[in-house]
Design a protein. Structure first.
Length: 618
């Protein structure tokens, strides 16, 4: 296609050069690399030019949506925006076509008329070079941590090694997982409610429509429904013992939004959206770590067979869905000196025993391992999530499913609200006695099945974790995904996990990763702002202290000048007064000190020709 020049000589020249671009690029022989290989990461201007050049000639870039706002050069940003829009429309990309559509203003303001042709001609020769250029664009706008991560990634690409872990590290540092991992939402999705996987199952489509009809985030409602589904499962139902012992179905969910962002509304909508058979579960607000086990049971004094009185443990709940719409109080509890909340939460996630070994047996309320069901839903404001994310070494963040409680994709027109969905009962619910009265210490264990492919995938991650190769924030991610898959199977009326459950759980975990990365970004920005504020306060304090110190010096020198004039008992010249001071005081303080004395009328300045005298007033 020939660009329309409308008789403009400059545009005719540009059109000719663009029309020749394809031939010049395809016919030319590779020349030496345009940057030193040992540097790997390029300068920002070079990286921007090579990324655009790669796109113009169809060179493959990484799985990354580079956005126009990542470009420092206004012309490059305008070109990239045009390329992005053309790709979204399914249009072919080359220099001539892009040139027809791009705003020429930024280009002509700082570059030559054939700038696009130059970019295409200078495109990187290999896919690896194009990827390193893309990584360099990201690194250029980041901090030291991002640049270090980008350097490691570039080295892995250059060496032809598997760089997926380094890519994930860079994604976490830059908090752009929503751009790196299209698995979470799907390539065409803009908002969580747009994701194509909502239509994979009728119950997911139902949850989405129900949530939209109640004006709340479908992702948040899904998160709560998943926790409720797991809470309805008896505690003797477990996951296979792939590492250590059998895996508990206990799980936590964080609904993320600012205050008033719909967290409580999502919890309420989830209760109405899906009716669950199975084990009845209590609803309790979590408090201290010591109180978690006492939420399940308490001690009573009862008559024994021998006629004596004895203290026995009486169960109140076999399953509890702990929920709290705002996390402030729990965060304060967790931060108490000697608090056991975080320790108990980590134990609950893996189904370990709860409670503490008090010296007095009458105070002990033991809740044995795999004899209780524990689910947790917390409303979390991003700015107040630090107490969870800050416990990364303890493993708390990766025990949560992070779901956004806001969604800009909620439509203006309210959808029709569907009837509540009833989940079909499963065989483990078919007991003669009520499920909440069973002694699960005697109940047979039911192990949910997993496909061999899933077990192999989990085992590979477990091995990498054992070798210390897994990101600290993702150490339990595979276990959490396994529990999400189990909840999806239960909602679908099945007692075993299949591949479709596993694939859907990957979608949901991808959305969780996006949400968690967004919180990390917000906390990082707040941390930087707090550091800047502290630095400003320190500088201001130092300035104020310096000013006070200087004022003291001026006053001290003024007093010294008064004493000198009293001792002289005569008018003194400017030079004579200066000589009464040592060099340490003379230069910084003399002028301000004598001016202060004159302004306060303690000294009179007398000027006669070029001679200035100072007279001490009575």
């Amino acid at each position: 296609m020939t660009p329309q020049t409308n008789g403009d000589p400059e545009r005719e020249q540009l059109g000719a050069s663009l029309n020749n671009t394809e031939t010049s690029v395809s016919d030319r022989q590779p020349s030496p690399r345009p940057w030193p290989r040992d540097r790997l990461l390029m300068s920002r201007d070079k990286a921007e030019e090579l990324v655009i050049g790669a796109a113009l000639v169809g060179r493959e870039l990484p799985r990354l949506t580079i956005t126009a706002d990542m470009f420092a050069d206004a012309a490059n940003a305008a070109i990239w925006q045009t390329i992005t829009e053309m790709k979204a429309a399914g249009d072919p990309i080359d220099a001539a076509l892009v040139n027809e559509r791009v705003d020429q203003g930024p280009i002509l303001a700082s570059h030559e008329v054939d700038y696009l042709a130059q970019l295409a001609a200078a495109a990187p020769f290999t896919t690896e070079d194009a990827r390193i250029a893309a990584v360099s664009v990201i690194a250029a706008g980041g901090d030291d941590e991002i640049r270090r991560s980008a350097q490691r990634l570039a080295q892995q690409i250059a060496d032809g090694q598997d760089y997926r872990q380094e890519w994930d590290d860079l994604a976490e540092a830059y908090a752009v997982r929503q751009q790196l991992d299209t698995l979470a939402l799907g390539a065409e999705a803009v908002y969580p409610s747009d994701a194509p996987w909502w239509n994979c199952r009728p119950i997911l489509a139902h949850i989405r429509q129900f949530a939209l009809s109640r004006r709340v985030s479908p992702a948040a409602v899904l998160g709560v429904v998943l926790m409720r589904a797991l809470a309805s499962v008896p505690p003797n139902v477990v996951l296979p013992p792939l590492v250590g012992s059998y895996g508990s179905l206990n799980l936590f969910c964080a609904l993320v939004a600012r205050s008033g962002g719909g967290k409580s509304a999502a919890m309420a909508a989830a209760r109405d959206a899906v009716e669950l058979p199975g084990l009845p579960f209590g609803s309790v607000k979590p408090g201290s770590g010591e109180g978690l086990s006492r939420s399940y049971a308490h001690r009573e004094t009862q008559a024994a067979e021998d006629g004596q009185r004895e203290s026995v443990v009486v169960w109140d709940h076999r399953s509890i869905l702990f929920s709290l719409s705002e996390v402030d109080g729990l965060a304060a509890q967790a931060s108490r000196t000697g608090a056991t909340l975080m320790t108990e939460l980590r134990s609950a996630y893996t189904g370990e025993a709860l409670g503490f070994g008090y010296a007095d047996p009458a105070k002990r309320v033991p809740v044995d391992a795999h004899r209780y069901r524990f689910a947790l839903v917390l409303g979390v404001q991003p700015e107040k999530a630090g107490w969870i994310l800050g416990d990364g070494e303890g493993g708390t963040p990766q025990r949560f499913l992070w779901m956004p409680a806001t969604d800009p994709g909620i439509p203006r027109v309210r959808p029709v609200e569907p009837e509540s969905w009833t989940v079909p009962p499963l065989s483990w619910y078919e007991r003669a006695e009520p499920l909440d009265t069973i002694d699960y210490a005697e109940a047979p264990r039911h192990v949910m099945g997993l496909p061999d492919q899933v077990m192999s995938e989990i085992d590979a991650v477990l091995l990498a974790n054992a070798h210390g190769q897994v990101n600290a924030l993702d150490g339990h991610a595979m276990f959490t995904r396994e529990k999400v898959a189990a909840a999806l199977a239960i909602l679908d009326g099945r007692m075993d996990i299949d591949m479709s459950d596993w694939e859907l759980s990957g979608n949901i975990m991808g959305l969780s990763d996006i949400t968690r990365a967004g919180i990390i970004r917000i906390l990082a920005e707040r941390g930087k702002a707090a550091k800047r504020q502290h630095a400003d306060e320190v500088a201001e304090a130092r300035t104020a202290a310096s000013e006070r110190q200087y004022a003291k010096g001026v006053q001290r020198v003024a007093d010294r000048l008064v004493r000198a004039m009293q001792e002289s008992n005569d008018d003194m010249s400017h030079a004579d007064l200066r000589r009464t001071l040592n060099s340490r005081d003379r230069k910084p303080f003399f002028d301000d000190a004598i001016n202060r004395l004159v302004d306060s009328h303690r000294v009179e300045r007398i000027t006669s020709g070029e001679r200035t005298l100072y007279h001490l007033m009575d």
